[in-house]
Design a protein around this ligand. Structure first.
Ligand SMILES: [Zn+2]
Ligand SMILES: [Zn+2]
Ligand SMILES: [Zn+2]
Ligand SMILES: [Zn+2]
Length: 445
């Protein structure tokens, strides 16, 4: 079978899903659609559904889960614990899913790899498992018996290495899910397919033309592709226990060096100095070399990781004011060093973009959003959902700020990507098409 870019390769229904705790008030636990009115399960009062149909569909598993949740109410366990619980219940009930039209994608839960030997030697994971076991035993007390510790380890490993983050169209995380067939898909840092979600349905879409003879011919990226090769490899090893040997990983030295670049020391030059190993090279434009004993640069190298972690923590705790304050402080201090194409500059710009949107400061949001475009364009694959969504968010701001020509340009770029990565039936595409239509109308007035 040959598929063109933009084609749907396969859609998968979930084996098990869990909605994140912060989304309990706005999304249905079963179908993962955003709804203004949700009904709580009257027994546990924790899980909310959009209607009777979704509640019925989940009842098989929720019947037992409900009793467990009552044991620890009003505390709702972490998604990872709930996922484990649901997998244990699912196994107890012995209900494999209907995979009628999955063809080469058919797969059972028993067939998944667990990497249990890797986990046994991974102290961080062992600690996490101990915590999960502890919560599981208080949850299931008087309701059901837990499998053996070895079996729980197997389930834990399968969950860790095969789960997908379920996102809405704008790539904001809603929860996690296990999709048996989709767990066949391999990773590549230069993938030929992407995964998007329609509600809780996982949609695998081609972003290049692919000749499909087996599932091995298809790859997606398991991780964010922005970081350097070393950081991507570390992330894959840590979460999925494998060494990435994809073509992109063995071929992107020059891109990696640029991702770590700093500004030329000559204020009037727009060039950059790339980093090879631990040293910065001469400016790519004027050839000026970095002077030794540069105390600001030394401080920059020493302080940056901590600062970026601090800003990320502020972002995770949704403190937009703090994100902006810390990021501005950092940027002012290192203004002479931070180059707009470096990852540090880019990540900060993106954090500031989101923070300004949260605070309703559209003008600043647009400034920071635009700063991410050039590096995103250079570092992400051309059909990247993240790049498409970024263009769309920027176009939306430009439309709102009545910069219609700019809005039209951004939204058209978004359209060319999102029509492939999400497809024209996706709700995000429908929203985008409406914005494009509105922009054109405004321009004719
Ligand atoms: Zn629903
Ligand atoms: Zn319930
Ligand atoms: Zn790779
Ligand atoms: Zn220069």
């Amino acid at each position: 079978m040959k598929v063109e870019h933009g084609a749907v390769i396969q859609k998968f229904k979930p084996f098990v899903t869990v909605l994140s705790n912060e989304n309990h008030g706005s999304y249905c636990e079963s179908c993962f659609l955003k709804r203004t009115s949700l009904k709580s399960c009257t027994a546990c009062k924790t899980i909310k559904y959009c209607g009777v149909q979704c509640q019925r569909r989940e009842w098989n598993i929720h019947k037992l889960e409900c009793k467990c949740l009552k044991n620890t109410a009003p505390n709702v366990p972490l998604p990872s614990v709930r996922m484990m619980l649901r997998l244990i219940i699912k196994e107890k009930l012995d209900c494999e899913d209907d995979q009628g039209d999955y063809g080469i994608w058919r797969r059972g839960f028993a067939d998944l790899m667990s990497h249990s030997d890797d986990i046994k030697t991974d102290s961080k994971r062992c600690e996490q498992l101990t915590q999960i076991m502890f919560t599981l035993s208080s949850l299931t007390k008087g309701v059901m018996e837990l499998p053996s510790a070895q079996h729980i380890l197997e389930i834990f490993g399968k969950m860790l290495t095969n789960s997908f983050t379920i996102c809405n169209g704008e790539i904001q995380s809603l929860g996690v899910g296990l999709y048996l067939g989709a767990s066949w898909i391999d990773h590549s840092c230069d993938p030929n397919a992407v995964i998007v979600f329609e509600g809780n349905t996982l949609v695998l879409r081609a972003v290049k033309a692919i000749q499909i003879l087996s599932t091995r011919d298809i790859s997606v990226s398991y991780i964010d592709l922005l970081p350097t090769t070393k950081d991507r490899k570390d992330a894959l090893r840590e979460q999925y226990y494998f060494e990435c040997t994809c073509s992109h990983c063995s071929n992107c030295d020059i891109m990696d060096q640029k991702k770590l670049c700093i500004k030329c020391q000559d204020n009037s030059c727009t060039g950059f100095c790339v980093k090879t190993g631990n040293t910065f090279q001469c400016c790519n434009k004027c050839g000026l070399s970095i002077s030794e004993n540069n105390s600001l640069l030394e401080e920059f190298e020493k302080e940056t990781e901590n600062k970026l972690t601090e800003i990320k923590e502020a972002k995770d705790s949704k403190d937009a004011d703090l994100v902006l304050r810390l990021a501005k402080q950092y940027r002012n201090k290192y203004n002479r060093i931070l180059h707009p194409l470096s990852l540090r500059h880019t990540k900060l710009a993106d954090a500031m973009f989101d923070a300004c949107i949260d605070l309703g400061n559209w003008t600043d949001a647009l400034v920071y959003g635009l700063q991410t475009i050039e590096p995103y364009r250079q570092y992400y694959p051309s059909f990247s959902p993240i790049l498409g969504v970024q263009y769309m968010k920027i176009g939306k701001l430009q439309l709102y700020l009545q910069r219609f020509q700019d809005a039209l340009n951004s939204l058209k770029k978004a359209e060319s990507i999102i029509s492939v990565t999400h497809g024209k039936d996706h709700s995000l595409y429908v929203e985008l098409a409406e914005m494009l239509h509105q922009t054109c109308q405004e321009m004719q007035m």
